[in-house]
Design a protein around this ligand. Structure first.
Ligand code: DHB
Ligand code: FE
Length: 279
């Protein structure tokens, strides 16, 4: 059967993609951030997942704000990078595993998580930057990617508790797929940041550190955080962290933290990364 063996939580700051695409990663501003991405690239190259389920949010780039799915799943054969205003990022087209994606869609919907089915989907930095962080600049992405898109941009977003429950249902869906596949799930976005208004630039290291600690030690505390908690303590865009709870929900109760990296600031954002392996 297919099995989720580990999860990665990572920020998706668009400037990280720009730094890679334009060859800036050795500059003093960027070097310490990218130095911390070496171990995750080595880990992924060693683990060699067949499929990555990548939980991310579109930023009103590929999905028009006229139609806002709370949760959506990409089932098409491939996903091209979206034009975010400066042209699409020069990264490979993302290839899906449509059979597994359709299996997930069916299992999740019959399990009463009503995901919107995206037959076509262009992918913005929310999806491509985590792939660049994990894989560098390959000619092709080394695994299939199933995108699960979450509305974290326009109120009302789903709750963290609902996200965690969706993660549980994703695990059940994966484990009911007959083919032997090694699956890693990414939760992306965050950590603390706010990119507009009076508190623009807000970063809260204490909040982020407690979030990283409790992902393995006390996930139920994180499941109980409200939208107001995120906005007050981690900035308006810190609410992207609810996507990490989908990743966490898809793992076992007992996980082992095998790697962590935290660097501030990156653009307006606290950039965090964690790898959790199922025990
Ligand atoms: C920034 C961070 C984000 O998560 C995002 O989606 C856009 C911009 C930033 O820090 O600049
Ligand atoms: Fe974002």
């Amino acid at each position: 059967m297919a099995k989720i063996i580990a999860g990665i939580g990572t920020s998706h700051v668009p400037a990280i993609g720009v730094a890679m695409d334009t060859g800036l990663t050795d500059q003093p501003y960027w070097k310490p951030l990218f130095a911390g991405y070496g171990p995750v690239r080595e880990w992924l190259a060693q683990v060699k997942p067949d499929v990555v389920i990548l939980v991310y949010n579109d930023h009103c780039v590929a999905l028009s704000p006229e139609t806002v799915p709370t949760f959506a799943i990409g089932v098409g054969d491939e996903f091209v990078p979206a034009d975010e205003g400066w042209g699409p990022r020069p990264v490979p087209v993302v290839k899906n595993d449509p059979d597994l994606a359709w299996h997930l869609a069916e299992s999740l919907i019959l399990d009463e998580f009503d995901l919107t089915i995206m037959n076509q989907l262009k992918v913005d930095h929310g999806l491509t930057v985590p792939l660049s962080i994990g894989c560098g600049q390959p000619a092709e992405w080394p695994f299939k990617v199933i995108p699960i898109e979450v509305n974290v941009v326009l109120y009302p977003q789903p709750t963290g508790r609902r996200c965690h429950a969706l993660g549980r249902a994703i695990r059940k869906a994966v484990e009911s797929y007959a083919q032997d596949l090694k699956v890693v799930i990414f939760g992306t976005g965050g950590m603390s940041h706010q990119i507009h208004g009076e508190r623009s630039g807000l970063i809260n290291k204490e909040f982020d550190t407690a979030f990283l600690n409790d992902l393995s030690a006390n996930p139920q505390r994180l499941v109980g955080l409200t939208h107001v908690d995120y906005i007050r303590d981690s900035g308006a865009e810190g609410i992207e962290l609810i996507m990490w709870l989908i990743m966490r929900g898809a793992l076992n109760d007992d996980v082992k933290e095998v790697y962590r990296h935290y660097h501030i600031p990156v653009s307006n954002t606290a950039a965090g990364l964690i790898i959790l392996e199922n025990k």
